[in-house]
Design a protein around this ligand. Sequence first.
Ligand SMILES: [Fe+2]
Ligand SMILES: [Fe+2]
Length: 287
Amino acid sequence: MTSLVPSPDGELPTLALPRSRGHAALRPDLIERRIGEFIEQAALTPNRNGFFLAARGTDAVPPVAALCIAYHWRDIARAFLLCALKGLGSMAEEASRGEPRPGLLRALQAAHAAIGDDLNNRLPAFRKAAPAGIAGIHYVWWQDSIVAPLLARCDAAERARGTAPSTAVDELLRQMQALSRSAIGVAVQLRVMELMAFDIAVAFRRVFGRVATGGRKVFAHRDDLAWIDAHLRAEAVHSRSMRDPDSGMAALADTAARQEDMLMHAAAFVKGWAAVLADFEHALSAR
Ligand SMILES: [Fe+2]
Ligand SMILES: [Fe+2]
């Protein structure tokens, strides 16, 4: 008997997983591939996603449009860091119950290294660029170097518009809170988010590099977009480590039941991301 793991667009899945206990787990590379398919099906890839495509086509971006994106990105980056750290606790809690499985230990190592950079900037690309101390924590660095200059360029009405709540972002934050409560959940959060982080950094370079008011660029100096440039260099490394079938997040799902769990969470989480990027696309087009 097989269970049907929903694909993000509601179509029948191309990979159905065995539900019965004792059924052999699939190879981690097949789980990896299936998560990649979810991301493709949700059109979260650079050549299909509306926000990524719109970012390529923009010329001048008004500060209020950039603020709509930057303000919410700060909340997402903060939730990502803090929920992933909580999630490391979920992995450690599972590992502490007995002799930990090798897949769990490998995932714990990889997850700790990737999210550790958002807090402590150990990768050289971050170490060179990030401010010292707590100002270098990624969401704080983003707030100070991107959000604050945009707020300063907006009037009160624009600030209200640029910081208006987003249902899609609220839902993504809720998902991250829920995912952090289990080892499989946080593995999904890291696997999807670290991949998105690179493509988002590419799009952000285009958008924030073109923010202008009165014919003058807001981020005009070479180091003004250091947050984005450092992420362009580093996120390819994080994403690769998350996707490694032997030591990445899929290695954690070493039974059929865990694999099913991982794919269910991944299907829901990519949907959440698609909604957030649709919001970002709207912010760019509604100016
Ligand atoms: Fe980061
Ligand atoms: Fe990262």
